[in-house]
Write a protein of this length. Structure first.
Length: 251
């Protein structure tokens, strides 16, 4: 009986190790990106969101592909990364407030709602919010997995093109680190894993993808396109394995 209890306890402890820590990222964000890069990414996405909600017609064009949801999800993830970054004071806004405003904007279904919710995003981004949002956040609730994958596909296409002639290494490297940040949310959003025995594989492939994108960013900044291509290929291989062995396994 003692042996059974001990074995059960060890199994439970092992299972707990596989569970994501909802309140913090599964890797320290300081190991992935600088606050300067994170802020630059948020600046770009907030500008994009402004264009997407600039008019009723502009917003209507985003509905089919849920583009506002997608961009706001990226802002939410990057803002939470700033919250957890030791250099967060460099950001001139309350990142947790911006995160919450972006999460709310993701749910906008009408132009009027999007306009109102984007106003809160702009206010937070401008550093005019109250700073009352809690720092803790569930990474698996910041963006949707489907929108995240669309962001991954879009950025990967841009990265692939830029590697042919590396003219803006800092921007390409930021694309890589942004994807690495999104992979933090990817790792803990396990709802696509129907067979719980595959949770360790999901984690392994998410970590593999993230580590390759982090390494690729460094290679890109060093203008080592050969090494960058190696890491890019490895990252894409992790994605392919995930689709083959988990997401599309029974399709």
């Amino acid at each position: 009986m003692r042996r059974f209890i001990l074995s059960s306890s060890l199994f439970a402890a092992s299972a707990l190790c596989l569970l994501p820590a909802w309140g913090e990222a599964p890797q320290k964000v300081v190991e992935i990106a600088s606050v300067d890069d994170l802020v630059a990414e948020i600046n770009a996405k907030v500008e994009l969101l402004g264009q997407q909600v600039a008019s009723a017609d502009a917003f209507a064009m985003t509905l089919e592909k849920k583009e506002v949801n997608q961009a706001a999800g990226v802002v939410a993830c990057i803002a939470q990364a700033i919250v957890e970054h030791p250099d967060k004071a460099k950001a001139k806004f309350h990142a947790a407030d911006l995160r919450d405003a972006a999460v709310s904007l993701r749910a906008a279904k009408t132009f009027d709602d999007a306009t109102k919710l984007f106003a809160a995003v702009k206010e937070s981004h401008a550093g005019k919010s109250a700073g009352t949002a809690k720092p803790d956040a569930e990474w698996n609730k910041l963006t949707g997995l489907g929108r995240m994958m669309e962001e991954v596909n879009s950025r990967s296409a841009g990265i692939r093109k830029s590697l042919r002639r590396l003219q803006k290494p800092d921007e390409t490297a930021r694309d890589c680190t942004t994807l690495a940040i999104l992979a933090l949310a990817m790792e803990v959003d396990t709802h696509e894993v129907k067979d719980k025995a595959q949770l360790p594989l999901w984690k392994e492939l998410s970590v593999k993808y993230r580590s390759e994108m982090i390494a690729m960013a460094k290679a890109v900044r060093a203008k080592d396109t050969a090494k960058a291509n190696e890491h890019f290929t490895a990252a894409n291989a992790a994605c392919s394995q995930c689709h083959e062995k988990i997401r599309d396994k029974d399709k």
